[in-house]
Write a protein that binds this ligand. Structure first.
Ligand code: HPA
Length: 273
């Protein structure tokens, strides 16, 4: 297998051979949220499986494809379904699509996810703008040789999720009558859900929501200088908070239930890019 840089170059050339659009905005659609890109105009769909040397997505609700099209008059590159660390890939592999997006011209990356609510004022179906993250995944996507053409060895992470964009999205959401919380997202590797003790620990260290994605993508996006916007859909309260067990089915069901207001927030976020 060629090294990561070569794989990124090959994936980029392959996608370039299918479209000459220069998307300025990237979008990563989390569990149950992939439908958002079905409304794109003139879209080109490139399944991960067709891209040479590209990792394939394996999770139900995460059909993996690059979808490049127009959304609200903007050219957008979306990932319909993402790659996860728990699928067995390294974090540098699961973030290859972010670097491919950078090469395609993306400057603003909107990362979405389904997450468990830790903050007790949240409830199922709530939407949370990510203000910061805790990398509790046990790894980092920048481990290994630094790819100098993308960014520095020791990138600053003091302002990962654009404050300016958050203020604007909150204002616009309020005007449209959508309640948006703001909070800290912690990444746990999965694929098992957390235990109640782990959730109490994550609350103590300052997390408001927990999930199995987003953090590696945000780190790689900031490494290469993109502006990042993160939005979590709280599909369930985290383990031990309510008297019920967690399941992936519930995650998908809640995502389906609130997809309409989620799509409105995404439209707002895309309009900023
Ligand atoms: N934990 C981790 N990941 C998740 C959860 C959760 O409770 N809900 C949706 N994704």
């Amino acid at each position: 297998m060629p090294d990561i840089l070569e794989r990124i170059e090959r994936a980029y050339s392959f996608i370039r051979s299918k479209t000459d659009s220069r998307p300025g905005t990237g979008l990563i659609l989390g569990s149950g949220l992939g439908d958002f890109c079905d409304s794109f105009d003139k879209s080109v769909v490139i399944p991960f499986g067709e891209i040479p040397d590209f990792p394939a997505a394996t999770v139900e609700g995460h059909r993996g494809a690059f979808v490049i099209g127009n959304c609200g008059g903007k050219s957008v590159a979306a990932l319909r379904g993402r790659l996860h660390y728990y699928e067995g890939y390294s974090q540098s592999e699961i973030t290859m699509p972010v670097r491919v997006m950078k090469k395609l011209g993306v400057e603003t990356l909107i990362i979405t996810n389904a997450a468990g609510g830790i903050n007790l004022s949240f409830s199922e179906g709530a939407l949370m703008l990510i203000s910061d993250h805790i990398n509790y995944s046990g790894s980092n996507p920048l481990i290994g040789k630094n790819l100098d053409e993308f960014g520095p060895r020791f990138p600053d992470m003091s302002d990962v999720y654009s404050k300016e964009a958050r203020v604007k999205i909150k204002e616009m959401a309020e005007d449209s009558g959508i309640n948006l919380y703001e909070g800290v997202y912690a990444m746990y590797s999965g694929p098992s859900f957390e235990t109640p003790a782990e959730i109490r620990f994550l609350r103590l260290i300052g997390a408001d929501a927990v999930g199995m994605s987003t953090v590696p993508e945000a780190i790689v996006a900031r490494h290469c200088g993109m502006e990042v916007i993160g939005i979590s859909l709280i599909t369930n309260m985290a383990a031990g908070i309510l008297e019920k067990k967690l399941s992936h089915l519930e995650v998908i069901e809640t995502a389906n239930r609130v997809k309409a207001s989620f799509a409105r927030v995404l439209d707002l976020a895309v309009s900023l890019g």
